[in-house]
Design a protein around this ligand. Sequence first.
Ligand code: ADP
Ligand code: MG
Length: 230
Amino acid sequence: MDELIRRSEKLTTVGQLAAGVAHEIRNPLTTLRGFLQLQRENNRLSPLHNEIMLSELDRINLIVSEFLILAKPQAVQFQVKSIRNILQDVVSLLDSQAHLFGIEFRFEFGQEKFEVHCEENQLKQVFINIIKNAIEAMEAGGVITLHLFRPSQDRIGISITDQGLGIPGDMLSKLGEPFFTSKENGTGLGLMISQRIIEGHKGTMEISSKLGEGTRVVIILPAAENKEKP
Ligand code: ADP
Ligand code: MG
């Protein structure tokens, strides 16, 4: 796989943040609108519809609060958290959406908790962005593999591998540039925001991809020290 070291990108303007918020809440709003239209035409929504609407509303709420946290770095609270738990939370949020596209999650987590010193909501935002990209790249369904490992004693590795369309070589170098997107409804802010959050956690993010085979995102974060455990 072609390797790309993620470049450092900074969010600089309020305009970029505003566009990011609009981007991230458009999909759940579209779902909610579709269901409400269904309700108007059929006057009947199933319990499943209700469930999805509730989880989409929760998602909007989460995204807005995460962007508020990103917009106010002074309010960021770092705590020791388990990456396992964070990933499980994020997957349960995206699971119903993934199922609609014939996508399954595979966990390679082992027994460890994999604790890091982090702002939990920011890391959740990163994993939401990456897993959403994976789902959007897998039109024919398939498996998204989440793997936790120790690249060294004091670091934790997270890899997220999809079986999607892959990324052409000439596009790899543009990833993470603000507004770079190949999608009709994309704004190309997800990876930039993710990159910025990972840098804020003294970590690294690398993306490798092979056209027609899939894409892998590897994040390396410093492991939390034992004495910092709650
Ligand atoms: P957006 O999703 O709005 O396009 P992102 O910053 O999340 O913005 O991603 C930028 C671009 O990177 C995408 O438009 C897509 O072309 C490419 N990309 C990111 N992740 C993947 C992936 N898992 N598979 C294929 N292409 C991807
Ligand atoms: Mg995206």
